[in-house]
Write a protein that binds this ligand. Structure first.
Ligand code: APR
Length: 241
């Protein structure tokens, strides 16, 4: 058992961790925001203006996620293994709205940008598991109203979920690892700075290429997540950091 046995780990993941599973990132040259303007599909104003378009965007992504070709990759599996085998606490904070971390076995997981497999009623506020398409006529299963359902994801201009728990964990952690995120969207992009200001935690970036905030990390490893995350987890479980 490593000397660091009781130490706390916080992992932040972004779209890059799901890329090798077949899901597109946002800001890479072939990314989602190269095909559609986020102002048209991922803001409260877009939903007010054209709910059908917003529903169609998320319906297509939900169908792709559930089509049967998408599965967790070795990076997801390694993070589930870390949670299972590390004697201290591992909190996984993801910006991803897919369910690949869950499918790989991660349990101590916060979806700060919500989940595409949930629907939220803007009338009664109930959140419901959701695997089907959604449109302006879909009835809320809780209150029965039509036209009040939206996908339970966080749009630009909205407050991410679970921020109190996330900031407490960042302040108390001993290791912070950022994986597969470009570091261009706050508040997640500011987590490394938060950790550094709070104390002595070690900070690591694992990404295909240096992110916008790469210089804030004490250690950096670059390559595909499916290779470098399992290598990193193996090292941490063997030797700590
Ligand atoms: N392995 C590791 N990293 C990868 C891989 C890979 N196979 N492929 C791409 N990446 C890296 C890219 O180099 C990039 O730095 O993943 C990062 C993905 O960045 P973004 O597309 O900006 O995704 P993310 O950081 O998750 O975006 C944050 O922006 O639009 C919003 O709400 C959306 O949650 C998302 C947020």
């Amino acid at each position: 058992m490593p000397q660091t046995a009781v130490r706390r780990i916080v992992i932040l993941t972004g779209a890059g961790v799901s890329k090798e599973s077949g899901l597109d990132t946002f800001r890479d040259p072939d990314g989602i925001w190269s095909r559609v303007r986020l102002e048209d599909v991922a803001t409260p104003a877009a939903f007010e203006r054209d709910p059908a378009r917003v529903h169609a965007f998320y319906n297509a992504r939900r169908r792709a996620l559930l089509c049967g070709d998408i599965a967790p990759n070795p990076a997801h599996a390694a993070l589930a293994r870390l949670e299972a085998e590390w004697p201290g606490e591992v909190l996984l904070v993801t910006q991803n709205i897919d369910d690949l971390h869950e499918r790989a076995g991660s349990r101590n997981l916060l979806h700060m940008h919500g989940e595409i497999l949930k629907a939220r009623c803007q009338g009664c506020r109930e959140v419901t598991p959701w695997a089907a398409d959604m449109d302006g006529d879909t009835l809320c299963p809780a209150c029965g109203r039509a036209g009040t359902l939206r996908v339970d994801v966080v749009w630009f201009g909205e407050m991410p979920f679970e921020m109190d728990r996330i900031f407490s964990a960042l302040e108390a952690c001993d290791l912070f690892v950022s994986i597969g995120t470009s570091g261009s969207v706050y508040p997640a992009a500011g987590f490394v700075q938060e950790v550094r200001m709070a104390g002595q935690a070690h900070t690591v970036e694992l990404n295909l290429e240096p992110s916008e905030g790469h210089s804030r990390f004490a250690a950096r490893h670059y390559g595909p997540a499916g290779r470098i995350v399992p290598e990193f987890v193996e090292r941490v479980l063997e030797d700590g950091w």
